[in-house]
Ligand binder design. Sequence first.
Ligand code: ZN
Length: 288
Amino acid sequence: MISGSKPIPAPAPLAAERISLNQRTLGPEVDLATAVEAAVAAGFGAISPWRVHVEAVGRKQAGRMIRDAGLKVSGLCSAGFFGPGARPEDGREARHDMLEAIEDAAELAAATIVTIGGGVGADGDMWTARERLEAGLAGILDDARAAGVRVGLEPLHPMVAADRGCISTIAYALELATTIDPVGDAFGVVLDAYHVWWEPHLAASVACCQGRIDAVHVCDWRVPTRDLVLDRGLPGDGVAQPRRLRALAEAAGYAGLVEVEVFQRDLWALKDPDKIAAAAMAATLAHG
Ligand code: ZN
């Protein structure tokens, strides 16, 4: 088969302590203290906090709160918005924002900074956007290294390339990481089932990421999908096969945390962080 999707062994069941809860799964307004409490109650071993909520309490307090709860940090969400950048000052702002994220990630001992690249912008073009992105990322390599922080490039589904993230495929994310950081001590790749499930060369592309996988995000693609950003499914609730993505990552040597990341209005409408966290844990144990 062209896609190289030969059978791969089913991965071992996930232990709860290896599963991380992306804070936004609970809803965009849920603060860090509530999210940490819900994660612990549901048995998660890690959390992926959002920067807006880290900033709300300050990075030192956020780090303390997470450590005291006994949680690890899979990734810090999110940074690297190098678009649209039509004005020179936008590039400076993006760099400043990335440097802040590096400090946050160092304080939180985050496994990586989830870096999505930024979009094209209403009056931009893809080629310029990618030039800007490549230059912007190269410009923070030394800062990331000095802080001992990893920058995880997350390809997003091409449907959001114009307005959110123009790193659209695993191959491009890996090419960026290896070109900017040939050594591999700072730049890696983040694999998210929602964004890469459709790739015809998924198996081969993940295999090429050996030694560079910073994070694995599990979730699902609902059919029909009613909103391209806010209708993600819990693992098992769609066609993305998140467990297969984990199996491919593990076959490429990945042994890190597995993060459940589900932005879904139906879940958020429950307005019950404990219930949502428990549902996310159950779905990830069963299908992640
Ligand atoms: Zn993700």
